[in-house]
Design a protein around this ligand. Structure first.
Ligand code: ARG
Length: 466
């Protein structure tokens, strides 16, 4: 087929054709392309730019093509370069001359921008839905295991006792912000560029608002040159995706550590683990490792998009065709990672005794003993010194705080009384009753607050039709 009309005398070189074609990947936009063309054709007829009869033929023909693609019977052709030309050529073969009127007042530049924005909106909804499910699982676990004590870490050293629920809800918060970033960029993505033409607008009396309304989009873009060349919405998605992947990766790292023999805090379910082909005893946390590993390419896709855009003059440039594969891979990877991760943590076996043991035998209540001395009037810095020496003594005698007698305590400070011996991880946590702290009462409130946030996300998704 001669794609480019009368200007060309020679067919394209075969390698150049393959190099230039986007159909191997942009075929994923077919639903959006057909929705956009349908709305455009209806608008053209409404405005008297094409006849109603032609519009009917176009709309019906597009519907047949959609069904054909749905059934997997459509022959995508490389020599038709991209999804837009594939569909248009098929339409022409089906309905004849009327198909040639569809592209009136439109360019592939505003067409592809529209398709991609519609596609990205749908993807944002799917992504937020998966984040929300993972958050639900986190809240359910936090509720189920409320009361389980574990060591909290800084520098990967045992620091202070915390509730497992508090630890899990820390990830809830990260994912809450991730969901917020996605829903925030939805508003800037949900804007119709159609009617911008190639770059300067079009010389037909188009009704851009009608098209946007038909497509369920909230706004029309304000500047035609920006509309055909802006891909910020894609960068925003990739940035939010990379960050969400980083959060998942940090969590994955903890799951991997917790499932080691050294920690023994959890055991992953067989259905989310793999064995070794040589070491019969092995049970590997492959899913968590892969989630962690895939973060690299998520960050890569963000970088690739930014670098692709950085030197581009206005307006459309073919470089922009490079926007799609990274987006598809990033969103597929993120959605699958979220799904697998959710299943993995929902089924893991939690070992409360091992966690409690870690919190108990590790001087994690040292700060509380210092605070105890502060309560007796000692300045905090001196109290810190006293307890530091007490810890040194206990380590030298291979004991923990609970193995020391009051006499031993008093050797370090006469201010220690019997009640100092009753400081435990549980009392330590209960004392941290500031808003956002790990005290059980605070965590109970945090669970309730998290459920309210989940309801808000659910409502937002319902509004999108999820
Ligand atoms: N396949 C192209 C892309 O993805 C569609 C837009 C082509 N526009 C053009 N003027 N060549 O960007």
């Amino acid at each position: 087929m001669k794609l480019w009309g009368g200007r060309f005398e020679k067919p394209v070189n075969q390698i150049a054709e393959e190099f230039g074609a986007s159909i191997p990947f942009d075929r994923r936009l077919y639903r959006e392309d057909i929705a956009g063309s349908t709305a455009h054709a209806r608008m053209l007829a409404r405005q008297g730019i094409i006849s109603n009869e032609d519009a009917e033929k176009i709309v019906a023909g597009l519907e047949r093509i959609r069904e054909k693609i749905d059934r997997g019977e459509f022959n995508f052709r490389l020599d038709r370069e991209d999804i837009h030309l594939n569909i248009e050529a098929e339409l022409a073969a089906d309905i004849g001359e009327a198909a040639g009127r569809l592209h009136t007042g439109r360019s592939r530049n505003d067409q592809v921008a529209l398709d991609f924005r519609l596609y990205a909106c749908r993807t944002i909804g799917q992504t937020v839905d998966r984040i929300m499910r993972l958050q639900e699982t986190l809240v359910n676990l936090a509720e189920k295991w409320h009361g389980v004590i574990m060591p909290g870490y800084t520098h990967m050293q045992r620091a202070q006792p915390v509730l497992l629920s508090h630890h899990l809800l820390a990830y809830f918060e990260m994912f809450q912000r991730d969901a917020g970033r996605f829903s925030d960029c939805y508003g800037r993505t949900d804007v119709s560029p159609l009617g911008s033409g190639a770059l300067a607008g079009v010389p037909y009396p188009l009704d851009r608002d009608f098209v946007a309304a038909q497509l369920g989009m909230s706004a029309v873009s304000r500047n035609s040159m920006d509309s055909v060349s802006d891909r910020d919405f894609l960068v925003e998605y990739l940035a939010a995706a990379a960050l969400c992947a980083v959060h998942l990766s940090r969590f994955a790292e903890e799951i991997i550590l917790w499932s080691t023999g050294e920690f023994g805090f959890i055991e992953l379910d067989d259905s989310y683990s793999t064995g070794s082909s040589i070491m019969p005893q092995k049970k590997n946390p492959d899913m968590a490792e892969l989630v962690r590993g895939k973060t690299g390419r998520m960050v890569g896709h963000l970088t690739a998009a930014l670098v692709m855009l950085k030197g581009l003059p206005l307006s459309y440039n073919k470089d922009m065709q490079e926007d799609k594969e990274g987006f598809f891979d990033a969103s597929d990877t993120l959605i699958t990672s979220l799904t697998v991760f959710e299943g993995m943590i929902a089924t893991m076996r939690i070992k409360p005794e091992a966690m409690a043991k870690g919190a108990d035998g590790s001087f994690a209540t040292a700060t509380d003993l210092a605070d105890y001395l502060v309560g007796k009037g000692l300045p905090f810095r001196q109290a810190h010194e006293v307890v530091g020496k007490l810890v040194r003594y206990a380590i030298d005698h291979q004991k923990t705080f609970s193995g020391l007698t009051l006499v031993e305590f008093k050797e370090f400070s006469p201010l220690f009384e019997e009640d100092a011996m009753r400081i435990t991880p549980a009392t330590s946590m209960a004392a941290r009753n500031t808003y956002g702290g790990t005290a059980p009462a605070q965590v109970t409130n945090a669970i309730a607050a998290s459920r309210t946030l989940l309801d808000e996300t659910r409502q937002w998704l319902n509004g999108l039709g999820f």
